[in-house]
Design a protein around this ligand. Structure first.
Ligand SMILES: Nc1ncnc2c1ncn2[C@@H]1O[C@H](COP(=O)(O)OP(=O)(O)OP(=O)(O)O)[C@@H](O)[C@H]1O
Ligand SMILES: [Mg+2]
Length: 368
């Protein structure tokens, strides 16, 4: 898999970082164009923060090269290390990290003061950025008197006021309650869009990644599993790990029997003595005869009462919960329980016999 982007603005090549004998980041490479919003998504401990800190220069790295525009930030092989304060990066963290003894305006002005910018310009820029994040009315309040959401807006204002060449976010919304978090996602994305600063955003929250990102890199154990846009990551996961991490999927082991056209084939499921074959899309690199995992999203499994030429397997509804817009069902087939999202008009009930249909477009054979 190549993660090189020709002419990328930020280019990370083969980044390696150890803590003692443990490899926290294991040779990852990616490039992003100027102005883009890229998210690093993955479970706790997969190396997201370490990658971000390496870009910020708060960690030295053990191998690889990081470059922004024409400036090499770090390259141990070439003996290059640009100190963090020379990298011109804005950061927003999970903890609010604003100074409690200063007002909101003073907090936001600080990065401009250390750059020795003239006072009238500081005043103008602080006013502009406070307006952008919706804190004009709070300008003269002490930072500690703000709510959590307002404190994160103030942190964001402080990070962008000096127009840095890169913005790094490390789980900035995770201390906020769900409702505020959902509101802030949209807000933060709008502001990033408006200022156009290239951003890397770290989260372990998949819905946050899907909502906010131009592109997502899914990581596990210091490596990149997949990179793509939100739709691609969700609808074309390349392996079991990504299918499972993003959204909900029915995942069953089996074998690819044949490859017809490129990217399409026939999958054989074997479960509890039952065998079924179905047409599927193939992830890159899967050949005929190989073991693979079938991945089907619940909304792509269709449960019907009448058997017809397109139904592939027969099961029994174990439960069906009516949720207004859809019905959340489970269908037992051998020892596997299918997760199925059904239309509310189907009125499926626990105990009923049903037939499952699959749309070959949305039935994937992925790498184990
Ligand atoms: N300063 C450190 N000293 C020693 N080990 C560290 C240090 N920082 C991180 N690690 C280890 O490196 C690995 C990656 O950690 P990292 O903080 O990058 O994960 P993460 O993806 O940000 O996780 P989380 O979602 O929990 O924040 C983990 O195994 C962690 O224990
Ligand atoms: Mg982290």
């Amino acid at each position: 898999m190549s993660n090189e982007t020709t002419g990328a603005y930020l280019q990370v090549d083969n980044l390696v970082k150890y803590f003692g004998n443990d490899k926290a980041v294991d040779g990852i490479s990616f490039g992003i164009p100027e102005g883009a919003f890229l998210t690093l998504l993955g479970p706790s401990g997969c190396g997201k923060t370490t990658t971000l800190m390496s870009i910020a220069g708060l960690h030295t790295i053990d191998g690889g090269r990081i470059k922004v525009g024409d400036t090499v930030f770090t390259s141990p092989k070439e003996g290059l290390f640009l100190p963090p304060e020379k990298r011109d990066i804005g950061m927003v963290f999970q903890s609010y990290a604003i100074w409690p003894h200063m007002t909101v305006a003073e907090n936001v002005a600080y990065p401009l003061e250390i750059r020795k910018i003239e006072q009238p310009e500081i005043d103008d820029r602080v006013a502009d950025v406070l307006k952008l994040v919706g804190l004009t009315a709070e300008a003269d309040k002490l930072a500690t008197n703000l709510s959590g959401g307002q404190q994160q807006r103030a942190s964001l204002a402080r990070a962008i006021v000096s127009k840095p060449r890169l913005l790094l976010f490390d789980e900035p919304l995770s201390n906020l309650d769900l409702k505020l978090r959902e509101q802030m996602r949209v807000e933060l994305k709008r502001i990033q869009n408006e200022v156009g600063i290239t951003s890397i955003y770290v989260t372990h929250d998949q819905s946050e990644a899907l909502v906010m990102s131009d592109e997502i890199i899914v990581m596990s154990k210091g490596k990149i599993e997949q990179r793509g846009g939100p739709v691609e990551i969700y609808s074309r996961p390349v392996n079991e790990y990504v299918s499972n991490f993003i959204g909900v999927a029915n995942l069953l082991k089996g074998k690819v029997l044949e490859v017809n056209e490129p990217g399409q084939g026939l999958f054989e499921l074997a479960q509890d003595g039952k065998q079924v074959q179905m047409p599927c899309q193939l992830s890159p690199g899967i050949a005929a005869g190989e073991d693979a995992v079938l991945s089907v999203r619940p909304e792509n499994v269709h449960a019907v009462r009448e058997k017809d030429g397109d139904t592939t397997l027969e099961g029994e509804v174990t439960f069906a919960i009516f949720l207004g817009s859809h019905v959340d069902c489970r269908v037992q087939w051998g020892d596997f329980e299918w997760k199925v999202i059904a239309h509310p008009r189907t009125r499926l009930k626990a105990g009923e016999k049903v037939y499952l249909k699959f749309d070959p477009e949305h039935t994937l054979a992925v790498q184990p």
